[in-house]
Write a protein that binds this ligand. Sequence first.
Ligand SMILES: Nc1ncnc2c1ncn2[C@@H]1O[C@H](COP(=O)(O)OP(=O)(O)OP(=O)(O)O)[C@@H](O)[C@H]1O
Length: 245
Amino acid sequence: MSGQQQTRSDPPVLRAEGIVTGYGDHEVIHDVTIQSHEGITCLFGPNGSGKSTLLKTLNGIVPIWDGTITYGDVDLSNAKPDEIVKEGIATVPQGGGVFGTLTVEENLRVGGFTVSDQDAYARRREEVLDAFPALEDKLGDRADSLSGGQQMMVSLGRAMMTGADTFLLDEPSAGLSPALVEDAFELVERLVDRGARVILIEQNVKAALRLADHVNILVAGELAFDGSPDELSDESELMEVYLGL
Ligand SMILES: Nc1ncnc2c1ncn2[C@@H]1O[C@H](COP(=O)(O)OP(=O)(O)OP(=O)(O)O)[C@@H](O)[C@H]1O
């Protein structure tokens, strides 16, 4: 069962179970289980707690030492990044990873490079422009000439071009001015409006909590919280000590 065969409103659950991993002989993630929930699943935690590392096990960049990763019925444990993309899971790296010297159109083409069917390509491109109409007039412009918010549209649009229905976002608001952060989250919500599931790492906890459907908190490589934003509001120590709220 691949991501492409699912309806847009029902992506498979991406589940990482009992994950242990690290770098060299330094174990960073200690037996962590998380999964994608409907809407936006936020992954919070102090600096260095292992959020990015955990996300990179989900997109195949960091190999797991123990545990399993599944997408619906498909076992993706230690699958290669391109296999994971083909299953319908796209990543937007910290800062967006836009290719600044390429045009907006070329950035979208990079996202859709595996799509050989021209009609399918055109449909996806149409869908991106429908989600982010501000890009329509900018297609021929170099991506680095765009505003921060528009560049974020390009990075989300490029991820959409892969045909993904699950998105892994590592601090998409990084580098944006505080005034633009709310706008950035509104762009993420457009993915969810189209039926996608999102796992979102975010330092702007207060703002991200407003759109979170589910919250995980990672502390020193261990899962310290797994529940709804409402349940989190009862955990005053977690809120104060780890999230600064
Ligand atoms: N490529 C790497 N090689 C070696 N150690 C690494 C590497 N990347 C991260 N680490 C270490 O793994 C630990 C977790 O880092 P990670 O970036 O996953 O945390 P994080 O919660 O995402 O932090 P931040 O919020 O600062 O981005 C840290 O001790 C970090 O130094």
